[in-house]
Design a protein around this ligand. Structure first.
Ligand code: F0G
Length: 459
């Protein structure tokens, strides 16, 4: 018998108080933060959906592992455990520990990249793109065409466009391709999953041209859920085995352990090829630390090794994806336009459609982020023209293709009642939609303005 109510498959052993606030207090906090939620203090937030990265709750086993952490500089037992776990999961022999995902990206893509090189992905995450472009190479996104159809419920909108992949490799020349990067799930593409068939097809193309194929695997456990439930041949395959099969298609993987390894800090680079691993090892030692700890303390390595096992637990993954979907489906039912189907780690609201009366240069996504905070103390992030907008020569805004707001759900942190509360907050959001006003930017830095820009409400 399957019950409707989603229950958390864990008990709570340690709690962290949430500082409750009134709407009036929040109005003051938001004005102090210049209407930019990145500038709020966390104690001013009731529910924090800013990111699912580094915000997981660790299990009692992981905390026990923290005590076991071996802090030896070289050859720590904790390193042996982590290496063993990652080798078992990925099948790759060479493991390089880093302090987070972007450090692994920096090492691999600065080695493979440089002027004249081209990287191709379903969608590069912004740190991935930055690490590639910083070294003078080019990063091309080719999401599958199904992703463009907003109304379809195609389950694998995170796929890479394999026809374009073949074409691009031929046009740019295989020798100029730094790597093909498959990001699972596709975070910047709406958190949508990638099918095993698509990974197989991309792998076959890379093999045909002798191009390196890398998986950005920071949410691979969540991706495995979708493969099992939407690709019939995998319906009886355990989640971990699905991930193993996907790794077996590629030449290496990069992981931000802050997501599906259920820890607050950490990452790694895992590679098949010994020569490439040796070159990267040199950069690891210069930038991060010795090869048996990289950017991590022994206790971090213990927690990651345990988290990588726990994340494939059936009960956990079923609850995780269903809870995210519950939030998305329920606000959709209230008429809130969301990216559909709902992905694994976040719900993406289309603020441009929710507030059609707010012009893009008055930032509908920022308006929604401010409303969520004012009404419910919920912190979310704008992924629209504040984050990706640019100016032309006359300082006219070139808007982002879509005005999104991401509600990213930390793992094992909030209960189903927090989710129900969020659904209820959206009642008010919808009720106030027609009267919600936009904002103007009063101060902004040159780069990555979304983190520190100041705003003021219009009217
Ligand atoms: N790749 C993907 C797909 C990511 O989502 C992230 C981080 C990274 C790489 C970089 O990892 O933060 O450990 O250096 N995403 C976070 C987010 C920041 O909020 O989506 P990192």
């Amino acid at each position: 018998m399957e019950f409707k109510t989603i229950i958390e498959p864990f008990k709570i052993k340690s709690v962290e108080p949430i500082h409750m606030s009134t709407e009036e207090q929040r109005a003051g906090y938001m004005a102090n933060a210049h209407y930019n939620p990145f500038l709020l203090q966390s104690r001013e937030v009731i529910i924090d959906f800013l990111t699912d990265s580094g915000t997981s709750a660790m299990s009692s086993e992981q905390w026990a592992g923290i005590m076991r952490g071996d802090e030896s500089y070289a050859g720590a037992v904790s390193w042996e455990r982590l290496q063993h776990e990652i080798q078992g999961l990925t099948g790759y022999p060479h493991i390089l520990p880093t302090h987070q995902g972007r450090a692994a990206e920096h090492i691999l893509y600065s080695y493979l990249g440089g002027a004249g090189k081209v990287f191709i992905s379903n969608t590069h995450f912004d740190t991935t793109r930055a690490n590639i472009e910083f070294n003078g190479a080019m990063a091309i996104d080719i999401p599958a065409p199904e992703a463009r159809d907003r109304n379809s419920d195609y389950p694998f909108k995170g796929n890479i466009d394999t026809r374009m992949l073949d074409e691009h490799i031929r046009n740019y020349g295989a020798e100029n391709i730094g790597a093909v990067i498959l990001t699972v799930t596709n975070n910047s593409g709406g958190g949508q999953p990638v099918s095993m068939q698509n990974a197989k097809d991309a792998a076959a193309i890379c093999k045909k041209y002798g191009v390196l194929f890398i998986i950005d695997c920071c949410r691979i456990a969540e991706n495995s859920y979708f493969i099992r439930h939407f690709e019939p041949e995998y319906s009886n395959v355990p989640y971990r085995e699905i991930a193993q099969q996907m790794f077996s298609l590629a030449d290496g993987a990069i992981m931000s352990a802050k997501k599906d390894a259920l820890v607050n800090m950490g990452g790694f680079l895992a590679l098949k090829n010994a020569e490439l691993a040796e070159a990267c090892m040199g950069l690891l030692i210069i930038n991060e630390g010795f090869s048996t700890y990289g950017g991590l303390s022994g206790r971090d390595m213990e927690a990651i090794a345990i988290g990588l096992k726990e994340v494939f637990d059936e009960g956990y993954l079923n609850y995780r994806i269903k809870s995210t979907r519950y939030l998305g489906e329920h606000i959709k039912a209230k008429g809130v336009p969301v990216l559909y189907p709902i992905g694994g780690h976040a719900v993406y609201v289309n603020a441009g459609m929710l507030y059609p009366h707010i012009p893009v240069d008055q930032y509908p996504g920022q308006a929604l982020v401010c409303e969520l905070y004012r009404i419910g103390g919920i912190r979310a992030v704008e992924i629209g023209s504040v984050m990706f907008g640019k100016y032309d020569d006359n300082r006219k805004l070139i808007p982002a293709p879509i005005e999104l707001v991401r509600l990213a759900i930390p793992r094992r942190v909030y209960t189903q009642s927090h989710i129900d509360y969020t659904v209820e907050v959206f009642d008010e959001i919808v009720k106030n939609a027609a009267n919600t006003k936009g904002l103007r930017i009063t101060k902004e830095p040159k780069f990555l303005r979304h983190f520190t820009a100041h705003f003021e409400p219009i009217g």
